[in-house]
Design a protein around this ligand. Structure first.
Ligand SMILES: Cc1ncc(COP(=O)(O)O)c(C=O)c1O
Length: 412
């Protein structure tokens, strides 16, 4: 059973081996931040690291920093830093560009590795995945078919034997449902289908075992659970066995086998670097470097255990208040967020807005979901308890009905 009182939560915090990490993040006074699944909190070391990059590496080192400060290799060294967080080899991950761009690269590469012409997508995936799959399919003469990956449709669709590639989110952005990466990948391979995993809501949130699952390709952002800042560069994973055969369409000079030969013909790098395109935003990369230093010291088993305990607690309190959840109750099917259904039509957005006035920051995902993300490195059990209390209060009193809470901002 989850802790029943705030005192019990405080006792859990006192015994929490991850508790010292909280000091490593900037957290505004009086705020319980439950939106780290959208934009992670700022590590205290980041401003200094970014300033060093700008003032020293750029300001003093100038162009010599491409060699002297390791700028040229940043996509690979940062990739090697992300690799252990997603269960991949250090030479299978690169960092650069955005998630959507990387998704496009791996989808087109995967389509080129098959003589089939169907991209199997999931009906409820994050829109950029649907849109990019649509674009990649149109460009390659393929079609996109959409299924519900959590029901029997997926197995049926794979059994048709015409899917070149299956694109799935490992953790669903809306409900927080965690998919069985190893099982689904195995099934897809049995039917001759490659799999691309979107790890945006997985990296830093749940254990990820890309290599052990036999995954083919994956992409993910670093600005959510990995705390690298707004618009931070994304990561791309390609299994080593595919490096030679995978040809991505944005074949820029950073992906060339010998970029400084400046030859007119493109020859892809033999390794995962072939997925790079051009120069990267290295100031932003410095922020990722700082957050990966924090993550390198985090025990991912402890992170998972605390995440589940926190989501258990929040789900329990929400259920007591009569709020229905879209998030699976089973631990093995749950990511690191809780998605609650709005208690009545149109209530979700104003409830989230009212909660912000109580210092509890979550978000709303249309049409009807209130989302709360749990980040064990900087949240305490008492924060979860207090946030749940505020939610229960806002719903019980009907405070959310005040007109100002219904006014939509551009970003929800
Ligand atoms: C599953 C998923 N994929 C992709 C993205 C975003 O893609 P990008 O980083 O290109 O904006 C998000 C953003 O929330 C997401 O949840």
């Amino acid at each position: 059973m989850p802790p029943a009182t705030r005192e019990e939560c405080a006792a859990l915090d006192a015994a929490d081996p991850l508790a010292p990490f909280r000091e490593e993040f900037v957290l505004p006074e009086g705020v319980v931040y439950l939106d780290g699944n959208s934009l992670g909190a700022l590590p205290r070391s980041t401003p200094g690291r970014v300033a060093r990059m700008v003032e020293h590496e750029w300001g003093q080192g100038l162009v010599t920093s491409w060699n002297g400060a390791g700028w040229w290799d940043k996509p690979r060294t940062l990739g090697a830093g992300v690799a252990p967080l997603v269960g991949a080899g250090a030479d299978e991950v690169v960092v650069g560009d955005g998630t959507s761009a990387n998704l496009f690269k791996v989808l087109v590469a995967a389509l080129g590795m098959s003589d089939r012409s169907v991209v199997l997508g999931e009906a409820g995936n994050f829109p950029t995945d649907l849109y990019v799959a649509e674009g990649a399919a149109a460009l390659t003469g393929a079609v996109q078919r959409r299924v519900d990956p959590d029901g029997p449709d997926l197995a049926e669709a794979l059994a048709r034997g015409d899917a070149a590639v299956l694109l799935l989110s490992h953790v669903d952005y809306r409900s927080g449902t965690l998919r069985d990466m190893a099982g689904i990948t195995r099934l897809a391979h049995e039917h001759g289908t490659l799999v691309v995993w979107d790890l945006c809501h997985s990296a830093g949130a749940v254990p990820v075992a890309l290599s052990a699952s036999g995954a083919d390709f994956a992409v993910g952002c670093t600005y959510k659970y990995l705390n690298a800042g707004p618009g931070a560069p994304s990561f791309l994973y390609a299994a080593k066995r595919h490096h030679a055969a995978a040809h991505q369409p944005l074949s820029g000079w950073h992906g060339h086998a010998r970029p400084f030969d400046f030859t007119p013909e493109y020859e892809p790098s033999p390794g995962v670097s072939r997925f790079l395109s051009g120069s990267q935003p290295l100031v932003a990369a410095a922020a990722l470097e700082a957050s990966l230093d924090v993550w390198a010291r985090a025990d991912l088993g402890l992170v998972r255990a605390k995440s589940l305990a926190m989501t258990d607690l929040f789900l329990h309190r929400a259920a007591e208040a009569g709020l229905a959840s879209l998030t699976p109750p089973e631990h093995e099917r749950r990511g690191s967020q809780v998605a609650l259904l709005e208690p009545e039509r149109g209530a979700g957005y104003p409830i989230v807005r009212a909660l912000i006035e109580h210092g509890v920051i979550g978000d709303f995902r249309a049409p009807d979901v209130m989302r709360f993300g749990f980040t064990p490195l900087y949240l305490r059990y008492v924060d979860v308890y207090d946030a749940a209390s505020a939610l229960v209060e806002v719903v019980r009193t009907g405070e959310w009905r005040r007109g100002r809470f219904a006014v939509r901002d551009r970003v929800t």
